[in-house]
Structure formats: structure tokens, C-alpha cells
Ligand binder design. Structure first.
Ligand code: ISE
Length: 340
């Protein structure tokens, strides 16, 4: 698979904020890889990013990029609605793919992908849940596995973004933001989520009419463990992602950044402590890089190394229930298809 220099040749599909970051890391930091093809619906953006990467070319048609002779593996960071078709094309060609979340935008299409992959000799899809590569999340999972904190009982998660576009509505807060906690809960508890409930407190000023921000999401697992998630997209104060585990014999908190953290929104704008990461790229930069390196290392042998198609499907199913829970205010069960 790799080229004569031994590098894995990658197509990066979609080079907005996330895809451009991946392309940059793959071409400058990740070992054993190079970006050979850049694809984006916006020609100027594709040219801009390819222009920064020696040896890369632009291919406007994503499916042609996936099928190209100078492509051994693919990173998909296009808008979620294109993922189903693009991931399926990678499977048809039999090459490894790292798909940014969401795997697809609904549970039904995600399950079709699971079935398509299951018919292949080995898994080819890795899903971009980067928190699984963050050292603090990894440590928290090790702590749980060690049994030192007893039985894991509760998780308290905080997920605050500095701001959001007007079209970032309550449903998107579930499918685009809370989807990370959905994966974290499955990763840390090692169980499927069986129901979702959403509580909608008074909205912060600036929340579009009819929408809720912040929201409180309750995720219950099949073993009866519970996670609370505060999602606050328009918090006005830095990027804060914290997770606290409560076990029967101890508790542990991650995501505090460094030092005392105070935030305020003053008349002159937004103030924040220097310790708070301003956005998700900075907060998770190292995790993204580890994720890419692990993907490249595995893809060179024709495989993947990280959360897979089933994780993407399960997250899609939970988020679908979550969107319904926003609408109804009810506790909504999650119904998963058979795993194999
Ligand atoms: C964004 O798409 C991400 O994936 C970030 O990690 C998350 O914090 C943010 O809320 C999403 O919009």
C-alpha cells in the first residue's frame, strides 16, 4: 500500500476547520504518511490547503478521490450528510477510512454501514471520537478497570463551548456536541446506553427562539449506571470539557486545565482565565494527533486502531433518541440492532 518512500498516501475529504487541521498534522507531524489528494466542494478552499502541502493535488469529486490510484487510505471530514456515501465508497474499494463523527447522520444508514463492513474480511472504519486518545480519558478508563475506585456508578460531564452559530439548534447540540459524551460514557462504562432524557432549563440570552441552551442530558446504561451531561453551546467563556467519575470507593475528575479557572462575561466582551482552552482544536490537539498516528500505523497494515463502525452506529442511535427526547421531554429508550 505505501508509496516508494514507504509513506501511506491519504486523501482528505472536506478541508474546513477539522479537515484542514488533519491535513496539516498528516503532512507535518504524523510519521509514515503524506497527503496526496485534497477534496472539497469549495474549489478555493481545496486549492488553499493543497497549496500548503507539497506533493498534494486537488480532486474536486470526493468519490474520484476515494477511487484514485495515488490514495491508500482516506480521512473524511466533510459535512455529516455526505458520510454515508463516502464511507461506503471506501468499503467498496477496501481501503481504511477515518471518518469524523458522525459516522452518518441517522441510525439506519449507520447500521447499513455496519452490515457492509461486517461482510469484509476485517474492519476498515475508524470513527473520529478523539477523546478516546486523550491521556486523561485513557487514565480514567484505566482507573475504572483497575477496580481501585470500586464499582463505577455515575459520570458527571460538562461540555461548554464559547459560542455557536444561530443555526446550531438544540438537535445539533445533541448530534454534534453531546455525541462525544455518548461515546465517552460507552467507552468508560463499557456498556450500551439504553435511554436518554433531556431537561431544558431557562435559556441563556441569545439562544434562538424555541431552542434551549444550556440543556441537561441524562444517559442511563443497560446496567443502570447514569451520566449527567451539561451541554452549553453559548457559554461565552472558553472551551470547557470536564468529566467526573463517581465510583463506590472514590471519585476522579478530569478536564480542569491548569490552575484556578474563573470565567466571566463583562460588558466589554468575554473574559476568561488563561488556563481555559479557547476551542476544541486546542483542547484536543494532542488527542487528534495521536488518533491520526494510530490510524496511519494501523492503515499501513490495512486495518484500523480505534473506535469503529459499531461505536459510530451506537452513538447515532443514542443521538436519535436524544433528539426525540429534546422534542418530547420524555425519557426515550434506545433500541439497538443486533451486533452480529
Ligand atoms: C464540534 O463539532 C466538536 O466536535 C467539538 O468537540 C464539540 O465540543 C463541539 O460542540 C462540536 O460542535
Amino acid at each position: 500500500m505505501p508509496d516508494q518512500q514507504g509513506d501511506l498516501r491519504l486523501a482528505v475529504i472536506g478541508v474546513g476547520v477539522m479537515g484542514a487541521f488533519h491535513a496539516d498534522r498528516l503532512s507535518r507531524v504524523v510519521r509514515g504518511a503524506r497527503v496526496s489528494v485534497v477534496s472539497d466542494a469549495r474549489a478555493e478552499q481545496a486549492e488553499l490547503i493543497a497549496g500548503k502541502i507539497t506533493g498534494s493535488r486537488v480532486e474536486p469529486d470526493p468519490l474520484a478521490a476515494i477511487g484514485a490510484d495515488d490514495v491508500d487510505a482516506v480521512v473524511i471530514a466533510s459535512p455529516g450528510r455526505f458520510h454515508a456515501e463516502q464511507v461506503a465508497a471506501c468499503l467498496d474499494r477496501g481501503i481504511p477510512v477515518l471518518a469524523e463523527k458522525p459516522l452518518t447522520t441517522d441510525a439506519e444508514s449507520a447500521y447499513r454501514i455496519v452490515r457492509q463492513e461486517a461482510a469484509l474480511p476485517s474492519p476498515l472504519i475508524q470513527v473520529g471520537f478523539m477523546r478516546r486518545f486523550d491521556t486523561e480519558y485513557v487514565k480514567l478508563r484505566e482507573l475504572i478497570s483497575s477496580g481501585d475506585f470500586g464499582e463505577p456508578l455515575l459520570l458527571h460531564c460538562v461540555h461548554r463551548n464559547p459560542g455557536a452559530r444561530p443555526e446550531f439548534d438544540s438537535s445539533m447540540m445533541i448530534t454534534d456536541s453531546v455525541v462525544h459524551e455518548v461515546d465517552v460514557v460507552r467507552f468508560l462504562f463499557g456498556e450500551e446506553i439504553s435511554s436518554v432524557q433531556v431537561i431544558r432549563p431557562t435559556a441563556t440570552p441569545g439562544t434562538p427562539d424555541g431552542q434551549s441552551d444550556p440543556m441537561l442530558v441524562l444517559l442511563t446504561t443497560e446496567g443502570g449506571r447514569v451520566a449527567t451531561v451539561e451541554i452549553f453551546a453559548r457559554s461565552g467563556a472558553g472551551y470547557q470539557v470536564r468529566t467526573e467519575l463517581v465510583g463506590s470507593a472514590g471519585s476522579a475528575l478530569i478536564g480542569l486545565d491548569r490552575g484556578m479557572i474563573t470565567t466571566e462575561r463583562g460588558a466589554a466582551g468575554v473574559g476568561r482565565s488563561e488556563a481555559i482552552a479557547p476551542n476544541f482544536i486546542e483542547r484536543f490537539a494532542t488527542a487528534y494527533t495521536t488518533e491520526l498516528q494510530r490510524f496511519v500505523d494501523a492503515a499501513r497494515d490495512g486495518g484500523i486502531d480505534g473506535p469503529g463502525a459499531w461505536d459510530g452506529y451506537a452513538a447515532a442511535a443514542v443521538c436519535e433518541a436524544g433528539v426525540e427526547a429534546v422534542r418530547t421531554g420524555e425519557r426515550v429508550p434506545v433500541r439497538l440492532q443486533p451486533r452480529s
